[in-house]
Design a protein around this ligand. Structure first.
Ligand SMILES: [Zn+2]
Length: 335
């Protein structure tokens, strides 16, 4: 029922499939794990109660991305899997600094990722994630990520992002880095409003991301009770990347039906539907749309409208956007 899909918020490490994980482990001469063992280290189950629990699941997939060959292969495998799930375009995000443990330079990491792209399989672009962490741990690496994003902007890389534990490190702490991103002319999307550190931090985090110049916001959910957040998002035309099952997994909503779509529509805030981390969450974009259609009774026409919004707010070239719009309208039979 669902096709011509578009994912704008998908992490490479959190979306490595079982088959891909086994292949990448063999390529890096790592011990062979059974499918059951991989599931137990990667899939967020009943042991996941918060964003911090969720983030622990990235250790294993990250360890698979420490050579140029595995980085390239992981992206190429992912494109095939996404195409088979009905996608027509994807923006894949990854943190280059997390693939340097095997001795790769950041430039080698990014070039290996770009080498995995293949428009003939599925048109895709890359978003380079900066990581939240202490100043000593991440500042220089984050700065370098912005510089490398600038170097490859328009050649496979389209933007920067900020990922990691929002409960430990506030969005505001990264103001200086994103001022530098603005100076470099690197557009950025930021994770914000995904985790409530202290009461009210959800909205503050989103407002900080807005004032820093984010062009889209990952999640934003915990900021939406604040009318200021809604009006700022609407007036500045900043869209939210909503990842339904991920938000249940990290416990920021209890069930899918808690997603505030009506509030967003009334406020005139745009949003797209995304997966976040397919393997860790156990989802695909097609599944996310199936869940939404069951929970909210959305019609194929409304799905088409969500996908057309995703095209509008994506970093695809104008030429590709035209083609994506055409494919969506044809698939859902709308004008
Ligand atoms: Zn995310």
């Amino acid at each position: 029922m669902f096709g011509a899909l578009i994912d704008l918020h998908l992490h490479l490490d959190g979306s490595i499939s079982l088959e891909s994980a086994r292949q990448l482990a063999a390529m890096q001469n790592m011990p062979e794990l059974s499918k059951e063992q991989i599931r137990s280290v990667m899939v967020a189950g009943s042991d996941c109660h918060s964003l911090n629990d969720f983030l622990k699941k990235f250790a294993y997939p990250c360890s698979l991305l420490q050579t140029e060959a595995t980085i390239t292969k992981s992206i190429n495998n992912l494109l095939h899997e996404l195409r088979d799930d009905g996608l027509i375009y994807v923006e894949i995000r990854f943190a280059p600094q997390l693939s340097m443990r095997g001795g790769l330079s950041m430039q080698q990491v990014v070039e290996a990722a770009i080498a995995g792209l293949d428009d003939k399989v599925l048109p895709a672009n890359l978003i380079a994630s900066l990581m939240r962490g202490t100043h000593d741990e991440v500042y220089e690496l984050n700065k370098q990520t912005l510089e490398i994003a600038k170097q490859y902007l328009g050649q496979g890389v389209v933007a920067a992002d900020l990922a990691g534990s929002e409960t430990k490190y506030s969005t505001q702490d990264y103001e200086e880095l994103f001022a530098y991103a603005r100076q470099l002319g690197v557009p950025f999307v930021l994770h914000a409003g995904e985790s409530e550190y202290v009461k009210g931090a959800g909205a503050k985090s989103v407002l900080d991301a807005i004032s820093m110049g984010a062009v889209r916001i990952g999640h934003g959910i915990l900021g939406l009770k604040d009318p200021n957040v809604l009006s700022e998002l609407a007036s500045r035309n900043i869209s939210l990347e909503i990842c339904p099952s991920s938000n249940v997994c990290t416990n920021i909503i209890n069930t899918i039906t808690d997603l505030p779509f009506e509030t967003l529509q009334k406020a005139g805030v745009k949003y797209s539907i995304n997966t976040d981390d397919m393997m860790i969450i156990g989802t695909t974009l097609r599944k996310e749309y199936e869940i939404l259609s069951q929970s909210f009774n959305i019609t194929p026409h409304q799905v088409a409208s969500l996908l057309l919004t995703a095209v509008d707010v994506s970093f695809a070239s104008e030429e590709l956007k035209q083609s994506l719009r055409h494919q969506i309208k044809e698939y859902y039979g709308c004008e």
